[in-house]
Design a protein around this ligand. Structure first.
Ligand SMILES: Nc1ncnc2c1ncn2[C@@H]1O[C@H](COP(=O)(O)OP(=O)(O)O)[C@@H](O)[C@H]1O
Ligand SMILES: [Mg+2]
Length: 361
């Protein structure tokens, strides 16, 4: 039996847990067409929480409604690549030879500079208008998804925002969905590079409820005839803390252990699977999350790791020798980066499972 779990970034899981209804507004927008609020959406959340998977789900919905989809990651030059995607779509849709020959946008020889050359911007818009016009005539439209806007070039994103705004003003059927870390998104919206994006719907992704993880595991394992007790299923589900990447890792290693043990799982197998998952999660998520923070941020996190549960600002301030206003500055920054979260009454706790254990070791 093929292992159904997908512990890989961006891979669609066998069961999309805890996300029911989140894309309803977007889907409604597709039926309304140009200018509908749900057609402008921003998905935020910590690493491994399922942003890329949500983008794929939105793309899938768009396709089933007959909309064309362009899907890009916000690497330098992504705007030109979207231009090329639009040309390709025009080619596929257009019956009859194109009215005018437009050369590719990204091959125009501006290699290392990231932005679309100024003189190509009108071409880009005209290509977009032509494509959107054709799609509108068919009663559909175009959805553009942009993943990982963390490191995005500001000029490029503001260019895209103003182009999309231009299309909307003309009543053309366009949708735009972004995904990124909370910090990147709040910076982007606060800097005023793309004021128009402040209107976007926000979907902030959280962990799934443990009960939903339990139900999903029970269903997947029993459907495959794997013999495992309800207590062990619950134990495994609790180890995931509802965190999507861990849900996939734990499921994957449980399946692997079951395969080795003749499609049955005992306490030892479950423990092995949980340990293997935590090790892999640390490697992939925790180390990458810590790779781009400052020393002071790290000291803040180390102070938190000394506590067994949530930490107060006073505890942290004392440990790092900082005044409350400084503590509050780092607190906000780490919350925005998706590393910690507010835990009520001025307390904070870790937002990534395994982070505390990692910092302690
Ligand atoms: N709702 C969900 N239920 C179960 N697993 C999920 C869910 N969303 C995402 N995953 C899994 O979590 C992992 C991370 O998803 P991904 O979309 O790459 O996260 P992000 O883009 O936020 O870093 C993948 O292995 C994916 O299969
Ligand atoms: Mg992602």
């Amino acid at each position: 039996m093929q292992n159904p779990f997908k512990p890989t970034a961006g891979a669609t899981p066998p069961d999309l847990i805890g996300r029911a209804g989140l894309l309803d507004e977007f889907e409604y927008g597709l039926r309304q067409g140009s200018g509908a609020p749900g057609l402008l959406t921003i998905i935020t959340g910590a690493r491994g929480i399922g942003k890329t998977v949500m983008l794929s789900a939105a793309e899938e919905i768009a396709r089933t409604h007959g909309w064309a989809v362009i899907s890009r990651t916000a690497n330098p030059g992504f705007l030109a690549k979207i231009g090329d995607d639009m040309l390709r779509l025009l080619d596929e849709l257009g019956d009859g030879p194109p009215a005018r020959k437009v050369t590719a946008f990204s091959a125009a020889g501006f290699g290392l500079t990231t932005q679309l050359p100024q003189e190509r911007v009108p071409d880009w818009r005209r290509t977009g208008e032509e494509l959107l016009g054709l799609l509108q005539a068919k009663g559909t439209g175009l959805v553009i998804t942009i993943d990982e806007i963390h490191a995005v070039d500001r000029a490029e994103i503001s260019q895209l925002a103003s182009d999309v705004q231009h299309f909307i003003r003309q009543g053309l059927p366009i949708g735009l969905i972004f995904a990124g870390l909370p910090s990147a998104v709040s910076d982007l919206l606060n800097e005023g590079v793309a004021t128009f994006l402040r209107r976007a719907d926000r979907i902030n992704l959280h962990e799934a409820a443990i009960t939903e993880v339990t139900a999903s595991y029970r269903e997947l394992f029993s459907r495959s005839g794997i013999d495992v007790s309800p207590a062990h299923i619950t134990e495994a589900a609790e180890a995931t803390e509802g965190y999507p990447f861990l849900i996939q890792l734990v499921g994957y290693y449980l399946w692997m252990e079951a395969d080795k043990a003749g499609w049955t799982l005992n306490e030892d197998n479950v423990q092995m699977a949980i340990t293997a998952s935590q090790r892999r999660n640390t490697l992939v998520v925790v180390e990458s999350a810590l790779s781009d923070i400052s020393e002071k941020d790290r000291a803040f996190l180390d102070a938190m790791a000394e506590q067994d549960g949530a930490s107060t600002a006073a505890q942290i301030g004392q440990a790092i020798g900082s005044k409350p206003n400084v503590v509050s500055k780092y607190r906000n920054r780490l919350i925005a980066a998706g590393l910690i979260e507010s835990a009520g009454y001025g307390k904070v706790d870790f937002a990534i499972p395994g982070l505390r254990q990692y910092l302690r070791s």
